[in-house]
Design a protein around this ligand. Sequence first.
Ligand code: AMP
Ligand code: MG
Length: 397
Amino acid sequence: MAGDLIDIATARERVLEHVRPLGAEEVALGEALGRVLAEDVSAEEDLPPFDSSAMDGYAVIAGPAAELDVVDESRAGHPAQRALASGQAIAISTGALIPEGADAVVPVERVQASNGRVSVPDTAAGANLRRAGDDVRRGEAVLRAGSVLGPAELAVAAALGHSALPVGRRPRVVVLATGDELVPPGEPLGAGQIRNSNTIGLAAQARQVGAEVVGNEIVRDNLESTKAALSEALERADVVCVSGGVSVGPHDHVKPALAELGVREVFWRVALKPGKPTWFGARDGKLVFGLPGNPVSAMVTFHLFARPALRALAGAQPDDTSGTAVLDEPLPRNAGRDEVVRCRVRAADDGWHVSPTRDDQSSHVLTSMLAAEAFAIIRAGEGSVAAGERVPIELIR
Ligand code: AMP
Ligand code: MG
């Protein structure tokens, strides 16, 4: 801590203390990618559901080399009509049901077939069989509540017979950008104007973590407009992210507007660079992030504070993306604040290495976010961190 500033970890904890997970809903598997599982999923059936062949070949009774009569066929989806007796083989396809009486499969490459007979080599019991329940046994818990459903989770759910899954409701987010200087991309720039990039970046970050963005607009720098936009946002959203206007300038209206709307301040200002003016508050379970206007600060603070909140609202377990990496270039320390340096990551023989995406890591240099795969956290202090030292990192993709 430095003065009245709290550190990154404390700020994140205080955000998460205010999260009350949203309810759950049932969604079809086809709609469930990226959603958060709300309940454990246990197998109601064995996977695979029956003993089957791992190869194309012949189902046999295990034993010494022999010449056998081929008496039937078991194809995928079309089991054989009869049981296997001594001296017999049944032609079988990969994935087909093992006929009654058989306990091994001889691959087609290892037999000689002619005139309805096959000669098979010495075969051990269980050869080339897939057993029922090899993958998952009935009753086993396979997917855990709080996990994010990716392609593998969805495929497993389908394999176990689920056509829909209970998932946490997606948080609804309104993104606002304050600033008289802001012009939407696509419109001409006047003197002193800049393009609004924050709502685009922040809305994309929110969507990427599974939130539904229900509003996205520019707000002008006066108390009435700021209050009106925030008031409406609080009606529609679970989470409001507003960029800019949280400092102490005469045209910064976000904090007074939120105070008038009854949003209680939880913290303001974090010992973080970029991102010092970050504000966080809550009203009746709704969360408000007052993010700094500088484009890098807005994206960094969204990632550090709003993203974990959005995940937790949807019921997700915290994702541990933190670790350490070797810094490839020396970096100066900031005396009072931890610095978040946008970095590329590379794998080397001695583990992960990071290096800044750009030398200029100023909070207005938005292209420093390009190609960033991790934030390196350079702890506050004197002097600098030498190349080759290990630093804490957070993976960001
Ligand atoms: P503020 O926090 O409102 O003082 O803004 C800090 C800096 O960020 C100023 O240089 C603003 O022009 C810039 N800024 C604020 N909002 C945005 C935005 N939506 N898009 C791009 N830059 C912005
Ligand atoms: Mg401003």
